[in-house]
Design a protein around this ligand. Structure first.
Ligand code: HPA
Length: 271
């Protein structure tokens, strides 16, 4: 694992210009935001020895490095999912690469199902906390103390101060922002209606199949973390409907203008 990280850092570092402090991970249907990056430098995951490959429709598989509002960013256009068969430590690997490249703050985005009945498809939700219900954990195995401690605190995974900044950024951008707890299921099935009743009962506002492994790894190594979910659908059993990945991607596409406006403002004033 350390060799994979080192090789990736050796390849990516010359493209980062020594001043890349912002990481972005773009979720299902949200990868288009990377097109806004100026002076783009691309590295496909398959150019990085031992790196996992992204296989989900709607996900490209590459790093995009460049500038946004005068700041250098490194962006994952396409991420890795537990349901693809990767271990969660593999899913967390790009976050550790970012850490070694000097990233200090990371914005994680995803598509999610709304559990809070006050939410509507197309809403954006600032993640206040998470429930790791995936059945695994990215820090299982030998701990690398150079990243962080064996038993990390999880009281402030989604940085409180950055969250306050993001609420302000949403106001400035004129974008309505919900806030709540993201609960990770492994997928690849969507949840059953009974599982969604359970999720709501234990305090979830939204459910999805990603983000938690990356957030845990980022917080572990001291990267300040922010998460934003695009609610692409109401979760199973809330409305009379069937769920599909096509619907997730369609809602992501129709809400992308709003999403981009918010992320622009976050990069300008918060990250
Ligand atoms: N469940 C899990 N993941 C999702 C959903 C959902 O309803 N919508 C988008 N990603």
């Amino acid at each position: 694992m350390n060799d994979v990280i080192k090789n990736a850092v050796d390849i990516l570092s010359p493209l980062c210009g020594g001043n890349c402090k912002i990481g972005l991970i773009l979720g299902s249907g949200l990868g288009g935001y990377a097109e806004k990056i100026e002076n783009k430098r691309f590295v496909n995951y398959n150019e990085l020895p031992g790196f996992p490959q992204s296989r989900v429709e709607g996900h490209k598989g590459r790093f995009v490095i460049g500038e946004l509002f005068g700041k250098t960013v490194i962006c994952m256009q396409g991420r890795f999912h537990y349901y693809e068969g990767y271990s969660q430590s593999q899913i967390a690997l790009p976050v550790r690469v970012m850490k070694r490249l000097g990233v200090e703050k990371i914005l994680l985005t995803n598509a999610a199902g709304g559990v809070n009945p006050d939410f509507s498809p197309g809403d954006l939700m600032l993640i206040s906390d998470h429930i790791n219900f995936s059945g695994s954990h990215p820090l299982i195995g030998e701990n690398d103390e150079s990243f962080g401690p064996r038993f990390p605190d999880q009281s402030n995974v989604y940085d409180r101060d950055l969250r306050a900044g993001i609420r302000e950024a949403a106001k400035v951008a004129g974008v309505k922002l919900q806030e709540g707890v993201y609960m990770m299921f492994s997928g690849p099935t969507f949840e059953t209606p009974a599982e969604i009743v359970f999720a709501r009962t234990v305090g979830a506002s939204a459910v999805g199949m990603s983000t938690v492994p990356e957030a845990i790894a980022a917080a572990h190594c001291g990267i300040k973390t922010i998460g934003i979910s695009l609610i692409t659908n109401m979760a199973a059993g809330i409305l009379d409907q069937t769920l599909s990945h096509d619907e997730v991607q369609e809602t992501a596409a129709t809400s992308s203008v709003k999403f981009m406006k918010l992320v622009d403002q976050i990069i300008k004033t918060v990250l």
